[in-house]
Design a protein around this ligand. Structure first.
Ligand code: NI
Length: 161
């Protein structure tokens, strides 16, 4: 089922999310939500999507298989990350919750992530370049932060193609 995307300035987008218990992860209803999140991300042509963007203040995000580990849909529940690179790089970002706006954001090039997967099992891995950037963007959503709050050179791109 395709879910409605909440857009700026919906307050849920600026709220820090709550962690999710392993018990809740295993609930059928929550598993359905994960499937719906993933489907919505692909239909809306996003490279990642976080639960607050669907109006749910929950600590979960999904990342497109196009950029993720082994080209599989990546589900991150209660993710935490730390930098592995010293420096940050600027690059262009956009967001389904801020349609038509793009800007440059500074992100770490290489990070290490720990999270739970959709079975509630611990996973840990390293990410770099655009993959690392998407994860940092999605983890910001889980902290109630939108990229426009840290971007420079914000610009509006016409939706007419
Ligand atoms: Ni976003």
């Amino acid at each position: 089922m395709i879910l409605k995307i909440f857009t700026h300035p919906e307050p849920v987008l600026n709220k820090k999310t709550d962690p999710i218990s392993v018990q809740k992860i295993k609930e059928l209803e929550f598993q359905k939500f994960i499937d719906d999140m993933t489907e919505t991300m692909y239909v809306e042509d996003g490279v990642g999507l976080a639960a607050p963007q669907l109006g749910q203040s929950l600590k979960i995000c999904v990342i497109s298989k196009e950029y993720s580990l082994n080209h599989k849909d990546l589900i991150l529940i209660n993710p935490i990350w730390e930098k592995l690179s010293r420096f940050q790089a600027w690059d262009s970002e956009g967001c389904l919750s801020v349609p038509g706006i793009f800007g440059k954001v500074k992100r770490y090039r290489r990070i290490k992530i720990e999270a739970l997967d959709r079975r509630g099992e611990k996973i840990s891995f390293e990410a770099d370049s655009f993959f690392a950037r998407i994860i940092q963007h999605e983890c910001d959503h889980l902290d109630g932060i939108l990229f426009i709050e840290k971007a420079k050179n914000l610009e509006e791109v016409s939706k007419k193609l």
